[in-house]
Design a binder for this molecule. Structure first.
Ligand code: GRF
Length: 203
């Protein structure tokens, strides 16, 4: 399975996928990493692993649709089977999303449908939630709204703050993302009519 990974920052999820491909937990090759942020640390992780990188800097474009067009062209130059958004912090337009319908995954640091968008740890704390976690979903034109594939949970304890929650959620992410990518790589995971299926069972 040819994986193309989109990042904007640190790339710890990218690293988890690099490691999982290297040790056989994911039956795939990361054929490229694209960042919209030129100095994202994840680009260094990719280079260290010998992976081709590209930068499409959103600040170089007049508007969202010009950025989307350039990003799509760069993505298409890779001929990927699966697009993996791993901390990619730009909203993608319908055109681009539809070009990869059923072939693009995102990871989001909350138990969706709770807390789409930003500041999820802060929101979970402010609401006094007893648990928090991470969601992986297929990407559709609705922000953080595509069909859910998998979630992992952690308790919120009285001593937790944003930093401790972020750490817990990251640990869950690094376990869960390789697992879900492997479901796709092994042809067990599909998206049809805006619904996710694992081994033909509706998720
Ligand atoms: C993760 O928490 C992910 O859920 C969110 O952005 C963060 C990326 O972290 N979408 P990293 O760059 O993979 O370390």
């Amino acid at each position: 399975c040819r994986l193309l990974i989109l990042i904007s920052g640190n790339g710890s999820n990218l690293q988890a996928l690099i490691d999982a491909c290297a040790d056989g937990r994911v039956d795939g090759q990361i054929i490229g990493v694209i960042s919209n942020v030129p100095d994202a640390f994840g680009l260094q992780r990719a280079a260290r692993a010998g992976i081709v990188t590209a930068v499409v800097d959103h600040r170089q474009f007049e508007n969202r649709s010009a950025f989307d067009q350039a990003l799509l062209a760069t993505m298409q130059s890779f001929d990927a089977d699966l697009i993996v958004l791993a901390g990619f912090m730009r909203i993608l337009g319908d055109n681009l999303v539809n070009a990869y319908s059923g072939r693009m995954l995102n990871i989001h640091p909350s138990l969706l449908p709770r807390y789409p968008g930003l500041k999820t740890h802060q929101k979970a704390l402010a609401n006094g939630d007893k648990e928090h976690g991470v969601t992986i979903h297929f990407v559709t034109a609705e922000l953080d709204g595509g069909p859910l594939i998998a979630q992992a949970r952690c308790p919120i304890l009285p001593e937790d703050d944003e930093a401790s929650l972020a750490k817990k959620v990251h640990e869950l992410e690094h376990q869960l993302y390789p697992l879900v990518v492997q479901w796709f790589a092994s042809d067990r995971l599909h998206c049809q009519n805006n619904q996710a299926f694992l081994d033909k069972q509706l998720l």
